[in-house]
Write a protein that binds this ligand. Structure first.
Ligand code: DPP
Ligand code: ZN
Length: 876
């Protein structure tokens, strides 16, 4: 396929100043009439052809300035419309009528139907499935949209911007007009038409304007949209307070649909959401669902400024809007909930999703330089690492200069399609700093590693850190340049207090941050009488790995005393990881894993430490996941050995702390009415992790079954069902709980997704057969992304022992299924296929089987660009 390169960017010859669209909606044959005001860019020759993008389009007619074009005057293929001799006047009107079939559109890109609702998804290149257009983000146009539909089929007609008229038409049809005064790229276009229920509210902005808010859901589900509405209003307020950003239209609408490729989409004034991230109550949603809804509502809302008012020049700049907006939603959640807990959760997510990407064949820079299929670059690197890069800018500049830089960004680039260079420049301008070395975070792939060792000389009263940086090679980038890494640190004394030092040289140390810029840096702290423990990368100031020569004593000390809550969690987590890796090796060597009492006792102390928030204690007690352990081991992975090591540690911790865990479990039981707030959710998460441990002990099955029966909310119910299904497979209690759950929620697709997920996650070689059988379940559908992700996605990306079954059956099922999904939805199939990105780190037998599965996919006929790109890069 064609390779797009950053260096090939050039502005288009023509602009589209105004876009007027008329939709006459019908499932099989929707007519779209586009009237485009086109302007030749200054300095472009009048002879320059006008070439518009299309994707599977059927042209009905075409006219310029009111004159129908003759066949010889244009060339229309499904994928392109070329007018080789446009008018010589610098400005003209082009009318294009196309016919499209939303009903048969299973790609869920462009205009499609979800249930019986018409809806759109245009990012990145879906608009070209609606009409011929300059479908690129640097073409900003003012849109007026008229929608015509049968009143009984689609009483509700929505598009971007403000309402601008509506009325009845002949034969039971009606229409509505929407006008969006803010010029926008085509990927932000949206249309929704159908019968939907509405939740209405309003918001008064900082300057006193009233904005009408609407959340539209399947009729009858209005009651489930209350939390999303509350999150929306809190997001609007927060963006005013934290960034001075006010909403700019008269209305803001959100629509929830059940067939959606992504989480949600930030279309101007009309966000479209996967209903999983809107609908919630205690009966059907877990605390994690509530937190996700809050974060995603905020994320899409925040895009109104970072993405919509200032958009991207081209798709290489995707991180300009995504990394920045993720950073903003992280800060929002940190302010709404617990900052310490949020940071740990973010880092766990980054390590689980971005690190393996950065360390495998799909590694790419936060701002990629080339792509074949842009859909495959909505990645953890662009989003999550992109956010970390913005966070580092704030660490380097400080909070005030960072905010000044953001203000300048909004002021300087409002209404523009910008680049990463523009973004970095505002921070250079407000701070006077040179960020050219720092910019490598955007340009260079791979996770940097710092090797750190320390020495202390009591005689010289000097403490020395020796730090060496390396950036591993990644595909197409074998040689790396040295990075600027802001490493927050602390020297911790025996009493747990910070150790004072009288001087430091050898490196720039500023406000508790060492600025690493060279390959090898030596930092000498003078006036240090006693050897301190070093706390490194506090708050996870840089997205790196650390190899530290650290005594276990120091690690235990920091796990109990580090004043930085992230680093304290990290110290404990490192102890757990080290113990698990040692146990893995013992098991491979034919031995039994042994865990020291000091570690299991520490787990007990963390659980009981009332000075720590329950949510924090829950995160500390959650053992590193099997995939996390595999990533840290790096190669020769045998998932069965990792599983055994992890189960053995969980059992050792449970045995060592049975009494304490049990009484804490009892004390944490929910009292009073349900609340989704962070503190209540934290108590539930601690109690549910204690349940997880306690059910490893005798009578665990009965305890889990009791927890399931007495649950008064989905968080507890799903936690108990998970424990039963994953730990007590085959027990009558488990069979009964699974059946009860299905009987109760069988008709609620989003809740059944949890049931599919739990069943797909059951460890062990038998699960591939279960999952295969469940693809025939009445509630499952290969056409719905949520169902596919719950069942097949969970199995392939979250079930290490099931998916990586030694005989390769998991991979065979995976290859078949990816190809089956691909026939309908290439984008979802390509995402699914990334589950094998770390195949080279497997032990040789599994590695060979995994490769066979990838080759099966690669050799299938008529492979989509999406899937071909992923499998070819994975195999390369
Ligand atoms: N809708 C997706 C997001 O908000 C892509 N822009 O990240
Ligand atoms: Zn986004």
């Amino acid at each position: 396929g064609h390779v797009f390169r950053l260096e090939d960017y050039r502005p288009s010859d023509y602009l589209i100043l105004e876009t007027s669209l008329v939709f006459r909606l019908s499932p099989e044959a929707t007519r779209v009439t586009a009237t485009l005001t086109i302007e030749r860019r200054d300095g472009v020759a009048a002879s320059a052809p006008l070439v518009l993008d299309g994707d599977g389009l059927t042209l009905v007619r075409i006219a310029i300035d009111g004159r129908e074009l003759q066949p010889a005057e244009f060339l229309a293929t499904p994928d392109q419309l070329t007018i080789s001799q446009p008018p010589s006047a610098p400005r003209f009107q082009l009318l294009i009528e196309t016919e499209i079939a939303p009903a048969g559109n299973e790609t869920l890109m462009g205009l499609y139907r979800s249930s019986s609702v018409y809806c759109t998804q245009c990012e990145a290149e879906g608009f070209r499935r609606i009409t011929y257009f300059l479908d690129r983000p640097d073409i900003l146009s003012v849109y007026t949209v008229r929608i015509e539909a049968k009143l009984d089929e689609a009483p509700l007609l929505l598009s971007n911007g403000n309402p601008a008229g509506s009325g009845d038409l002949a034969d039971g049809w009606h229409y509505a007009v929407w006008h969006d005064p803010f010029p926008k790229p085509s990927y932000l276009f949206a249309l929704v038409a159908g019968a939907l229920g509405k939740v209405a509210d309003s918001f008064v902005t900082m300057s006193g304007r009233t904005v009408e808010l609407g959340i539209f859901v399947e009729p009858g589900k209005e009651r489930l949209a209350g939390y999303a509405m509350d999150a929306l209003k809190r997001s609007m307020r927060w963006d005013e307070e934290a960034f001075g950003r006010e909403y700019d239209l008269e209305v803001f609408n959100i629509v929830a649909v059940s067939d959606f490729n992504m989480g949600a989409m930030e279309n101007k004034g009309l966000n479209i959401f996967n209903d999983k991230y809107v609908l919630a109550d205690e009966e059907t949603a877990t605390d994690a669902d509530f937190a996700n809804i809050e974060a995603i509502i905020a994320h899409e809302y925040f895009h109104n400024w970072t993405g919509n008012r200032i958009t991207c020049r081209d798709w290489f700049q995707l991180c300009l809007k995504e990394g920045l907006t993720v950073f903003r939603d992280h800060e929002f959640s940190a302010d709404q909930r617990s900052r310490a807990v949020k940071r740990i959760a973010e880092v766990r997510t980054l390590r689980a999703h971005q690190f393996p990407e950065d360390q495998g064949p799909l590694a790419h820079p936060v701002r990629p330089r080339r792509y074949r299929e842009i859909n495959n670059f909505y990645t953890a690197t662009v989003y999550e690492k992109g956010s970390e890069v913005v966070r580092m800018i704030r660490t380097i500049l400080g909070t005030d200069a960072f905010r000044a830089g953001m203000d300048l960004y909004f002021e300087r680039h409002d209404g523009e399609a910008a680049t990463i260079e523009d973004f970095l420049k505002v921070f250079e301008d407000v701070s006077g700093r040179d960020l050219s070395q720092f910019a490598l975070w955007y340009h260079q792939a791979g996770t940097p590693n710092l090797t750190v060792s320390s020495t202390h000389s009591p005689a010289a009263r000097e403490f020395t850190l020796e730090i060496e940086q390396s950036v591993p090679p990644t595909p197409a980038e074998s040689r790396k340049r040295l990075m600027h890494i802001p490493l927050a640190f602390g020297l911790v004394g025996a009493d747990g207090r910070p150790v004072a030092y009288s001087g430091v040289d050898g490196a720039t140390v500023e406000d508790g941050v060492i600025h690493i810029r060279k390959r090898r840096q030596v930092v000498r702290f003078s006036g240090v009488a006693e050897r301190p423990a070093v706390s490194l990368n506090r708050g996870f100031s840089a997205p790196i790995t650390l190899s530290v020569e650290q005594k276990a004593d120091d690690q235990f000390f920091l796990a109990g005393h580090d004043s930085d809550s992230f680093s304290r969690w990290q110290a404990f987590n490192t102890l757990l990881t080290d113990a698990l890796i040692a146990a893995f090796r013992q098991i491979l060597g034919g031995g039994e894993p042994v865990y020291i009492a000091r570690l299991t006792e520490l787990a007990g102390r963390v659980a009981a430490d009332e000075a720590l928030e329950p949510a924090y204690r829950a995160l500390a007690l959650a053992l590193p996941g099997e995939a996390d352990i595999a990533r840290d081991i790096g190669k020769g992975i045998d998932p069965d050995a990792i599983f055994s090591a992890r189960e053995a540690l969980a059992l050792a911790i449970a045995k060592a702390n049975e009494q304490a865990f049990s009484s804490l479990y009892d004390r944490l039981a929910d009292k009073g009415p349900f609340s989704p707030d962070a503190a209540s959710a934290g108590r539930r998460s601690l109690r549910n992790i204690l349940l997880d441990y306690l059910t490893l002990l005798p009578e665990g099955t009965e305890l889990a079954a009791r927890h399931f029966r007495s649950a008064t909310n989905m968080t507890d119910r799903a936690a108990a069902l998970t424990v039963l299904a994953h730990r007590h497979r085959g027990s009558p209690e488990t069979a009964k709980a699974l059946a009860d759950f299905e009987a109760k929620y069988g008709s609620d697709a989003l809740v059944m997704d949890k049931w599919f997920q739990i069943r797909a996650g059951v460890p062990g070689p038998q699960t591939v057969e279960t999952v295969r059988a469940l693809t025939k379940h009445a509630g499952f559908s290969m056409a719905n992304p949520n169902r596919v992700r719950s069942l097949v996605g969970t199995f392939s990306s979250a079930n290490q022992t099931g998916f990586h079954r030694r005989d390769g059956e998991g991979y065979r099922f995976f290859a078949e299924t990816v190809l089956e999904v691909e026939k309908r939805n290439p984008q979802v199939a390509a995402r699914l296929a990334t589950a094998l990105r770390s195949w080279r780190s497997l032990e040789p037998v599994r590695q060979a089987k995994a490769r066979e599965a990838l080759l099966t996919i690669a050799s299938a006929e008529n492979l989509s660009a999406d899937l071909r790109d992923i499998v070819e890069r994975t195999l390369a």
